[in-house]
Design a protein. Structure first.
Ligand SMILES: [Ca+2]
Ligand SMILES: [Ca+2]
Length: 342
């Protein structure tokens, strides 16, 4: 073999080694950066449920629902704060303004990402996230960066199937802890008797030092009318019960309740308007005996003054006694308390 031939052979060999190696290096780096992780365990927790009667007009709700999960590896806390009910979203939409908050921390390893999806099986509804990458003042990102998000806009409600909205966040620099909060306005255009159900899935993926795992916290939010608008469909109460955040107003003109009582019992019925909702109503409250005869009656009149009333009576019959809460005007959330003694 001539020397020149040896040289060119060696060069060819060198190139043939160098090129695949550089390709391999690039491929490996690329793979390390974007390699899909293998999740060895996915745990879906029990859904946290929250519901409320559907109001007619603007009113404060101010309710918090939350979920907490703690294991040997991870602690995840989440809350959904429902701020108010609005009727001015635009385009004839009503809406619930909410704020969602998630914190997660690990004993060892790191948080990999956080994904949140919103689903509703109803065409004319949407979740408005307020442009996450522009309106950052509404967001708390902590150790997270926004990878992607989308929601139905301009009345194109559906993203895919029942998926209304998603946001995907990647953890930065392998943090052991994340803290995140975001606004989400749930807007719906539907008749007043429509019940809406929204499912939210909060997914935290983490590396525990050995393997990747995913934890899913579902939420189910529901808003819709009650079904207690007649004697026949009265909501049954038990003795000594307190019910909060009941609604009357607008389309919901009557709430009926029933309670089984024996003869010669003393009954106290207390009704109070929840004035924190910034809404008040004029209410008539009546009590009927098992034969449908009215036995007690009170009115919460318009104007300032206490927004509560008490009724007391002694039962003279055994059977179902009825309470009717009737709207005089306006709207409000109210608390209803029943106490019975022999
Ligand atoms: Ca009601
Ligand atoms: Ca009702």
């Amino acid at each position: 073999m001539k020397l020149s031939n040896v040289k060119s052979w060696k060069t060819a060999l060198l190139i043939s080694i160098i090129i695949p190696t550089s390709l391999l290096t690039a491929f490996t780096l690329n793979n390390l950066l974007n390699k899909p992780i293998t999740i060895t365990e996915t745990t879906t927790l029990e859904a946290t449920e929250w519901q409320i009667e559907r109001p007619t007009y603007i009113t404060n709700i101010w309710e918090v629902t939350n979920a907490s999960h703690k294991s040997d590896e991870i602690l995840v806390n989440s809350t959904i704060f429902v701020d108010d009910f609005d009727d001015d979203y635009g385009g004839g939409f009503q809406s619930l303004m909410t704020c969602l908050n998630v914190t997660a921390s690990l004993k060892k390893g790191f948080i990999y990402n956080l994904n949140i999806t919103f689903w509703e099986n109803y065409e004319k509804s949407l979740i408005d996230l307020y442009q996450p990458q522009e309106e950052t003042r509404n967001y708390e990102l902590g150790n997270l960066t926004i990878e992607g998000w989308a929601y139905g806009l301009d009345r194109w409600w559906l993203l895919r199937g029942n998926l209304k909205c998603f946001i995907t966040l990647k953890a930065v620099n392998h943090p052991r802890k994340i803290q995140f909060s975001m606004p989400a306005e749930w807007a719906f255009k539907s008749p007043e008797n429509q019940t809406h159900k929204l499912e939210i899935f909060i997914e935290v993926t983490y590396f525990n030092g050995t393997t990747y795992k995913r934890l899913i916290q579902p939420y189910q939010l529901k808003i819709g009318p009650d079904s207690n608008n007649s004697f026949e469909t009265a909501t049954e109460l038990s003795k000594n019960q307190t019910l909060k955040k009941l609604y009357i107003g607008g389309y919901d003109k009557n709430d009926y309740y029933k309670i089984y009582l024996e003869k010669d019992h003393s009954v106290q019925i207390y009704l109070e308007e929840e004035t924190s909702s910034l809404a008040i109503a004029n209410i008539n409250i009546s009590v009927y005996d098992p034969n449908g005869i009215e036995k007690a009656y009170k009115t919460l009149y318009p104007g300032p003054g206490p927004r509560y009333t008490n009724l007391t009576l002694i039962t003279d019959k055994t059977g179902y006694w009825y309470i009717r809460v009737e709207l005089g005007g306006g709207q409000c959330f109210y608390t209803l308390k029943i106490n019975t003694t022999k």
